[in-house]
Design a protein around this ligand. Structure first.
Ligand SMILES: Cc1cc2nc3c(=O)[nH]c(=O)nc-3n(C[C@H](O)[C@H](O)[C@H](O)COP(=O)(O)O)c2cc1C
Length: 185
């Protein structure tokens, strides 16, 4: 397959100044030339309702097609009440259906959790690791990344300025590029 590989990056927060969105954008800049990251916000995704499957809303169709055309999916998630935010769960539910036709199927998966707090959203990341295996491709196991203390990592224009975070994000996206390449061969 010709590179670059297309990776859909799902930022699990609707907040304008979301750290998750800023991390997703930073990853897009740090990604090696073999990856093209398409950062997706979840504002337009209708609530999942199985009754609508007979004539799915246009936003579901577009989201599913984007996933299907991708070579991998990278989740950048905050932690809400020791789990993932509802908007992210809804997007996963939408992408996972119709039954047996999950748009995540076969896609290599990366998970980046974060928090301004001390634990880096590790519980949210672990919940994603529980939810995804039945509907996706393989999840990259190493390196793991749970970004704590993310609150002071960006300047007021949204640029990543914290060197320690830059360094681990670079390591992560380089490893994920190699993982995506291997899974798409
Ligand atoms: C409803 C709610 C629940 C939260 N629960 C947690 C939590 O369990 N663990 C944590 O580290 N932070 C928690 N937070 C704080 C978030 O980490 C923080 O608001 C973060 O900035 C949200 O991500 P975002 O910047 O991408 O929007 C919670 C915030 C909200 C609004």
């Amino acid at each position: 397959m010709a590179t670059p590989y297309n990776v859909v990056v799902i930022a699990g927060s609707l907040r304008k100044e979301s750290f998750s969105l800023k991390i997703a954008n930073a990853l897009a800049k740090l990604a090696p030339a073999t990856l093209k990251l398409d950062v997706v916000a979840l504002h337009g995704i209708s609530f999942f309702n199985q009754d609508l499957e007979a004539a799915p809303p246009a936003d579901w169709v577009a989201f599913r097609e984007k996933l299907q055309k991708s070579n991998g999916v990278l989740f950048v998630t905050p932690e809400y009440n020791r789990s993932i935010p509802g908007v992210l769960k809804n997007a996963i539910d939408v992408g996972s259906r119709p039954y047996g036709k999950s748009s995540f199927l076969g896609k290599p998966i990366g998970i980046v959790s974060n928090s301004p707090g001390a634990l880096g959203g590790v519980s949210a990341a672990k919940h994603l690791q529980n939810i995804l295996p039945g509907i996706s491709g393989p999840i990259m196991g190493q390196p793991e990344i749970y970004l704590n203390g993310i609150g002071d990592a960006f300047d007021d224009k949204g640029n990543l300025t914290k060197e320690s975070v830059q360094k681990v994000l670079q390591q992560y996206i380089d490893a994920f590029a190699a993982f995506v390449e291997k899974q798409n061969k």
